[in-house]
Design a protein around this ligand. Structure first.
Ligand SMILES: [Zn+2]
Length: 288
């Protein structure tokens, strides 16, 4: 069995194959997992989130930025643990097959380099793939469920969503918007794209500059803190032109408000959905 198929089916099995400890209790005790692979963990002031040092053969030091928030620290430990796992795989002569199987099995945006693999393995270590897979079914998908699972498993919503959409069928994406004043009118506050990703697509290019635009509505009204589903929303940017269904939910208040938009795959057929709203052309992403 290849490492990628193990990751996709069950991250626990990979760890077991390296003699590491992992449990199903949530949140995952990622520090114990790292230690069982020969890592020591230190928290210190740093300019980055963290790094890995090999202090002796098969003895590692994971340095973690003491100022990062706890979710970020947990992800850093998981990411560096994934590097240790790849080093172990390299020493046992299976690394090239690991990389090959990753590029075949999971289209990680055509970037199946070590950092991408480690991010994917890290997410799998923090949230078992079976859980992520359950969350990836579009009939039952909701941002609320993702948010709850991210609290239960102590990972950020973005890390969990990335993991979920990587394992989902077809090509989904998500985007975060944050409030910002418009350059042409400083009194006009809009929701500006901060970042987004379509984990399974290399065709869709997220614009560098985009605003959440809703004709006849304020984007803030569209994106209430209560989650909403819209089945027909127009997109207009490179690789994604036409209509898609979306879910939208805002987090936070006032200037701190962030809006999460999850874009369904084009294969999605919303007929079976109840209480869905039609918002044709009301939200348009404009590249400036
Ligand atoms: Zn790394």
């Amino acid at each position: 069995m290849t490492l990628s198929s193990l990751v996709r089916s069950n991250a626990d099995q990979i760890l077991k194959s390296f003699g590491a400890k992992q449990n199903h209790r949530r949140p995952v005790d990622i520090e114990t997992t790292a230690k069982s692979l020969g890592a020591e963990i230190v928290y210190k002031p740093m300019l980055c989130d963290g790094c890995l040092e090999e202090i002796a053969r098969n003895r590692y030091l994971i340095k973690v930025n003491e100022k990062s928030n706890r979710l970020r620290q947990r992800f850093t430990i998981a990411h560096e643990t994934a590097h240790i796992m790849l080093k172990l795989a390299n020493r046992s002569g299976t690394l090239s097959s690991v990389e090959e199987s990753f590029s075949e099995a999971v289209t990680l945006n055509n970037r199946s380099g070590e950092e991408e693999i480690c991010n994917f393995v890290a997410a799998s270590l923090l949230v078992p793939s079976q859980i992520a897979k359950q969350l990836s079914d579009w009939k039952s998908f909701s941002i609320e469920k993702i948010a709850k699972a991210s609290r239960d498993w102590q990972v950020s919503i973005s890390v969990l969503l990335w993991h979920v959409l990587t394992l989902a069928r077809y090509e989904w994406g998500f985007m975060w918007f944050a409030s910002s004043t418009k350059p042409e009118d400083p009194t006009d506050i809009g929701m500006k794209l901060s970042w987004g990703v379509f984990p399974r697509s290399s065709q869709i290019r997220i614009p560098k500059q985009a605003w959440l635009y809703a004709s006849g509505h304020s984007p803030i009204d569209i994106a209430g803190n209560e989650e909403r589903f819209y089945w027909k929303v127009k997109f207009d940017f490179d690789g994604l032109n036409g209509f898609r269904a979306i879910r939208v939910k805002a987090f936070g208040k006032g200037k701190e408000k962030k809006v999460l938009v999850v874009i369904y795959p084009k294969e999605f057929r919303p007929e079976s959905m109840q209480s869905s709203r039609r918002l044709r052309q009301a939200i348009l992403l404009q590249e400036k």
